[in-house]
Every structure is written in C-alpha cells, then in structure tokens.
Design a protein around this ligand. Structure first.
Ligand SMILES: [Zn+2]
Ligand SMILES: [Zn+2]
Length: 300
C-alpha cells in the first residue's frame, strides 16, 4: 500500500485568493473546511514529499502530521507556490557559523545563536531531487550556505534529467518532463512503491511525445492531475482546464493504463475557474473524477 496525504491543493494564488473578494473566494472564507486550499504539497507515506510550498509546515500542523523527518523531497519546479527554499535554511547548524547581527547584550551571543535552527533535534538526512533550477533557487536564498550542505544541513541535492529513474530504498521515482513554464524545467513524477504506481502531475499543460512513451510504459493505481483552470472556456498550453482533464482521462482509458479501475484526482485548483470544493466536487463526480482537498488522505 501507499498512503498519499495532500497538504496543499491550490494554484499559486491560494484558495481563497490573496486580495480577492469574488463569490468563490468569499464562499471559501465563509464556509471554510475543504474549500480552503494552500499551495501545493503532498506526502507519500511519512518519508517522501512532493513539493515544499510555504504552506507545507502549517498544513502539516493542521492535519496533525510531523513532516520534520522526511527523507526524500521531489520538487516539480521552481515556481514559488511549489518550492519555498527558506524552509530548508532552518535545518542549518546553529548560526554560530554565521554572523549574528541583531542579538543584543546582556545575552551571551555565542550561546544565543546556538539556540536557533533545528539541530537541537536530530534531523534525518534529506535527499532533494529536481531540475537544476531548484538548486539555483536554493542558492538564491541569502540564508542558505551552499558549501558543505551535507555537514551543515544534513541534506543533498541531485539534479534530475528527463526520464531519469531514482531509487529511494525500495521506491523508484521517474521524472517526466511536463509542458509548463520554461521548456524542460518542470517534472511530474511516477512513484512506484510496494507494488503501487502513482503519477503526480501538477503544473502540466501536456507532454511531448517522448514523455508520453514513458507514461504509456506503466500501469497506474492513481493519477493526481492538475485541474488549475477548471471551467475556463479556453485552453492554455501550460495548465489544464476540465476539458483537458477529461481528455487525459480518456487517454489513460484508451491506452489501457489503469491497473484496476480509473482513479484520477484533481489538485492545484485556481479559485477563479474552479468553484469551491463543495460545488466543484459535484460537477466532476459524474465523469468519475475525484477532487483533492487539503488534508485528504488516499490509500493507493
Ligand atoms: Zn503552480
Ligand atoms: Zn508553475
């Protein structure tokens, strides 16, 4: 079995959107619950994370999950709603190796700075995987020391190539390039663990022919697909609306890609084209599509 916990299911603007009082956003504010979405993040079992948005730790708290001991982080791409490198800086060894500026006497500075950061708790080694732009995003963070990452943060970064398969213990993860943003810089992931296969496809307008061949080479227990633009009547190349979602569902069906029955769950939803959870879940149910929400746990 594989357990998938959704910790964030909104598109970039969050749900309700920052700054917005349209009917969908106000409905979400008024009704709360599943209608409230944070930026994308998901957890496979207790050790493998897919994206780390700035909402990740807050959501984990809301859903009574401790994500401090994750071992593997696969990042889809460097857009800020998917990757927030600041969270990683807090793994750093006590700041005694940095230059504390703002701690005033009468505190003992040397002592005080050692009380910051995470390493009063033993932190598991974290292996981070993604496109080279993820490493660039980490280095752009002024609080991140790229030197001696292993020693200072107990973590490592591995740059992935399109189609590359990574082995994490008994789990294998295949990086599939999706059409979104800078060509070649966004990965969807096929995760195979305990005999189960999941495709996690966020920020995906579609796939080039070589990636479609990789997707067609496997059978799936579950597909998590972005549903960003829902009922928008026009189609974009870098995201999907419901019409595109339905074509994807058809593609999986036509190519006999389901291991058992179809199971497609929509996530990464934008408030101005996907109605609030309470309503949209009813719109898509007749097609056999499921709708993710923050805190949803799925047994795959
Ligand atoms: Zn996004
Ligand atoms: Zn994006």
């Amino acid at each position: 079995m594989m357990k998938l916990l959704f910790l964030g299911t909104s598109a970039g603007e969050s749900y309700p959107a920052l700054w917005c009082h349209c009917p969908n956003c106000d409905y979400a504010r008024t009704h709360g619950g599943r209608n409230i979405r944070g930026n994308s993040c998901a957890l496979v079992d207790d050790d493998l994370m897919l994206d780390m948005s700035h909402h990740a730790f807050d959501s984990a708290l809301r859903f009574h999950t401790d994500i401090s001991q994750i071992r593997y982080l696969f990042v889809t791409h460097d857009h800020q709603d998917h990757f927030y490198p600041q969270h990683l800086t807090w793994r750093g060894l006590p700041f005694s190796q940095g230059k504390p500026q703002s701690i005033r006497e009468p505190f003992d500075k040397a002592w005080a700075v050692q009380q910051m950061g995470a390493l009063q708790t033993p932190v598991e080694h974290l292996s981070i995987y993604g496109h080279a732009s993820i490493w660039d995003a980490m280095k752009r963070n002024e609080r991140f020391w790229s030197e001696n990452m292993e020693e200072n943060y107990h973590m490592s970064f591995t740059e992935l190539q399109p189609g590359e398969v990574t082995h994490c213990g008994q789990t294998s993860v295949t990086a599939v390039t999706s059409q979104h943003s800078k060509p070649g810089s966004v990965f969807n992931y096929i995760i195979e663990r305990n005999g189960k296969t999941l495709l996690y496809a966020l920020d995906c307008g579609g796939y080039d022919a070589d990636m479609i061949e990789i997707i067609k080479s496997k059978r799936y227990d579950c597909v998590v697909l972005e549903g960003t633009f829902g009922e928008m009547p026009v189609e974009w190349s870098m995201h999907q609306n419901l019409a595109k979602n339905l074509r994807m569902l058809e593609f999986f069906h036509n190519n006999n890609l389901w291991k058992n029955g179809p199971r497609m769950i929509l996530s990464h939803l934008a408030p101005h084209w996907t109605p609030p959870y309470d309503l949209y879940v009813q719109t898509i149910a007749p097609y056999g599509l499921e709708l993710a929400y923050d805190g949803l746990t799925v047994d795959i």
